[in-house]
Design a protein around this ligand. Structure first.
Ligand SMILES: C[S@@+](CC[C@H](N)C(=O)[O-])C[C@H]1O[C@@H](n2cnc3c(N)ncnc32)[C@H](O)[C@@H]1O
Length: 393
């Protein structure tokens, strides 16, 4: 059987992965230690990454340091072995008190958490916002259990959904043209189970009180039927899933085009459709980058790098997405590329955003930049370039 500290670490880990961790305090200094009087550890989000913030309280000052979960775990165990005798862990459901005795033995007590703390605010610079108003769709989609708690293995997905809504909310505020679109028209290409479309529907309808028409386009019939059945059961009137193949789908008038984790060139097809529909926002999270990976010519000088599969993969990703961004810019979009959720949670975490603007565009410079990248890597053409009918030499 695991010993008492191990049990505490297991609960800590589980509450972290299910987004139920509130705080951990370490106190009662061991004899001879010059550690801080007390350390309080809470979750925070810094630059989009979930971390643990350690505040060490000294008589005259507090010192704050932030760590990834893996680093924090090691640090907590080290502090308990060398500096503190008591650990007090609060999750949304319970409180666990670990008391280490000087003789090396330990006791562990568990009681219900009677405090009213809700899920913690993991942010340095934003006031707490839950991003989800009507949690019923999360129960229907299997993220929350029937008591409304995040299922053990769904913490990452839950965080990803909330992060996604937060990002769209921020982008929306930067596009004045979207302020009075009524309804706001959103199309999600390759919607899958619809986590993100449901979350956006909920946010716009229930939090922002806006009228939206969201269409999820999906290949798999079972997912379309399930999505529509849930939307109907929850009375989400502006949300529907349609059978469609991204490449052939005729995009209606669209304000926001989404394509998250659509495979390889399906992302390009979706971007192209968004450009043609003059969508104000094009948001995609590319999945794999096979087209450019195959198109790269391994010149002698690049051979040492590209001979390694993983580095070739990463190089293909960088080239594919850089050219996507440059091509979007030729079409009057300002672009950003960023990690939308920590790599700790998923490898497929890069997001490309195109924001429509009306400023003049220096197409020639952009095409020269694309030509030079292609030349360097011996690439004949990028798939999106062909769709846009550019022949960048
Ligand atoms: C990896 S899932 C991503 C789902 C969702 N966008 C997300 O990020 O949670 C990709 C989905 O796109 C669908 N899909 C793949 N290729 C497609 C295509 N050419 N047209 C329509 N849907 C496609 C798949 O069936 C799958 O459900």
């Amino acid at each position: 059987m695991a010993d008492q500290p191990e049990l505490l670490y297991a609960v800590l880990k589980e509450s972290w992965s299910t987004d139920q961790f509130i705080r951990l305090t370490l106190s009662k200094i061991r004899k001879g230690s010059d550690a801080a009087t007390r350390v309080t550890i809470r979750p925070v989000v810094i630059k989009g990454k979930a971390q643990l913030s350690f505040v060490s309280q000294y008589p005259t000052k507090d010192i704050t340091k932030n760590y990834s979960f893996a680093e924090a775990e090691k640090r907590i165990s080290n502090l308990l072995e060398t500096a503190y005798l008591i650990a007090n862990l609060f999750t949304t459901e319970k409180q666990i008190i670990l008391e280490m005795r000087r003789n090396g033995k330990a006791t562990l007590r568990t009681q219900a958490n009677k405090m009213t703390d809700d899920l913690p605010a993991r942010s340095h610079d934003r006031k707490k916002k839950d991003w989800i108003a009507d949690k019923r769709f999360l129960v229907e989609l299997g993220i929350l259990n029937s008591s409304g708690n995040v299922k053990k293995d769904k913490g990452d997905k839950y965080r990803q959904i909330k992060k996604f809504v937060e990002i769209v909310d921020g982008l929306l505020r930067q596009q004045p043209a979207l302020a009075d679109r009524d309804p706001l028209r959103i199309v999600d290409m390759g919607a899958g189970k619809g986590y993100l479309t449901f979350a956006l529907y909920d946010y716009f309808t229930h939090t922002l009180n806006r009228s939206v028409k969201i269409t999820g386009v999906e290949l798999r019939k079972a997912l379309i039927e399930k999505g529509n059945a849930i939307a109907k059961a929850l009375d989400y009137k502006g949300l529907r899933y349609e059978s469609g193949f991204i490449q052939e789908y005729e995009l209606p008038e669209t304000d926001i085009l989404l394509a998250l984790h659509a495979c390889d060139t399906a992302t390009d097809d979706a971007i192209y459709k968004g450009i043609k529909a003059r969508a104000e926002l094009i948001i995609c999270a590319p999945c794999c980058h096979k087209q450019i990976r195959r198109a790269i010519t391994k010149s002698e000088d690049l051979q040492p790098i590209l001979q390694h599969g993983i580095l070739l993969e990463r190089q293909a990703e960088i080239i594919t997405d850089t050219i996507r961004a440059l091509l979007l810019e030729t079409q009057g979009y300002k672009t950003k590329i960023f990690e939308f959720i920590s790599t700790e949670h998923t490898g497929k975490n890069l997001m490309i955003v195109g924001q429509k603007h009306e400023r003049p565009v220096n197409t020639e410079t952009l095409l020269t930049q694309i030509a030079s990248i292609k030349k360097r890597f011996g690439i004949d053409a990028h798939y999106l370039e062909k769709l846009l009918d550019f022949k960048v030499k």
